[in-house]
Design a binder for this molecule. Structure first.
Ligand SMILES: NC(=O)c1ccc[n+]([C@@H]2O[C@H](COP(=O)([O-])OP(=O)(O)OC[C@H]3O[C@@H](n4cnc5c(N)ncnc54)[C@H](OP(=O)(O)O)[C@@H]3O)[C@@H](O)[C@H]2O)c1
Length: 247
């Protein structure tokens, strides 16, 4: 029997990038996946790919910038054992160039939507005495840059929430952890990576950009029974920090 057989996983932002890799990895491990996104065509394509490999998945659409739509998603999802808060947006603009609307949008999608989903789904996990939640954060939460402050703040808040939720729900048998991802090649980052060329490969000690499957592998560990004593931790998956010193 596969590790996650009998469990249902909601993966947000599963129609692209890291979320898609997570959805596929969890389905391969036996979970029934509720694959969330907005793009119905890419959602259908993902469900077909998982089904073709013998897995089980269905697509669920919702705009996470809309609080009412997030609540509807939580209801539509039904009984969930595993929640992966992956969907997110990132705009790397300076603070003067970031409008209040753009700031609110980062907080709504990256922070408020996970908050709403945990509020709606964690009580059911607690009642059943088991569950795992993984929040996808970013090294932008802890490593500062001259652009992207709103994004970094939205992920720093998500990491703080991760620790709060681990404490709030840890006694009820569910675990809440995070993954702090370094740069990964996805649909969303492809334009930035193309513009930066080889220079982006040099930002990590491994000397290359990560692959979505390398984040998904850690998510699988964090939702599986092998991490039963891991709670309230944010695991850094960034290929190692590059020394600023020469040599
Ligand atoms: N890629 C990286 O280098 C990197 C590094 C650190 C952290 N992260 C984090 O990892 C997560 C995934 O990043 P990614 O690069 O894989 O992203 P991506 O390729 O841009 O895909 C984003 C996903 O989120 C969904 N999404 C975006 N806005 C949404 C909204 N308003 N409502 C509902 N769904 C929405 C998209 O759905 P549709 O396409 O269907 O609209 C898509 O499935 C994000 O939280 C990001 O901050 C990424």
């Amino acid at each position: 029997m596969n590790e996650l057989t009998g469990r249902t996983a909601l993966v947000t932002g599963a129609t692209a990038g890291i979320g898609r890799a997570v959805a596929e990895r969890l389905a391969d491990a036996g979970a029934e996946v509720v694959a969330h996104g907005r793009d119905a065509d890419r959602g259908a394509e993902l469900v077909a790919a998982i089904t073709a490999r013998g897995g089980r998945a269905r697509f669920a659409a919702a705009d996470l910038a809309d609080a009412a739509d997030v609540e509807r998603l939580a209801k539509d999802a039904g009984e969930i054992d595993i929640l992966v808060n992956n969907a997110g947006i990132y705009e790397f603009s300076t603070t003067p160039a970031t409008t209040a609307t753009a700031f609110d949008r980062h907080l709504a999608i990256n922070t408020r939507a996970p908050f709403q989903l945990v509020a709606a789904l964690a009580p059911g996990m607690a009642a059943r005495g088991r569950g795992a939640i993984v929040n996808i954060s970013s090294t932008a939460a802890t490593s500062v840059a001259p652009v992207g402050a709103a994004y970094g703040a939205s992920k720093a808040a998500l990491e703080t929430l991760t620790r709060y939720w681990a404490t709030e729900f840890g006694g009820a048998g569910l675990r809440v952890n995070g993954v702090s991802s370094g740069p990964v090649r996805t649909r969303g980052t492809e334009p930035m990576l193309a513009a930066a060329g080889d220079a982006m490969d040099q930002v990590t000690a491994r000397g290359r950009i990560g692959d979505p499957a390398e984040i998904a592998a850690v998510v699988l560990f964090l939702v599986g029974d092998g991490s039963s004593y891991v709670n309230g931790t944010v695991v850094a998956v960034h290929g190692g920090e590059r020394s600023l010193l020469p040599g």
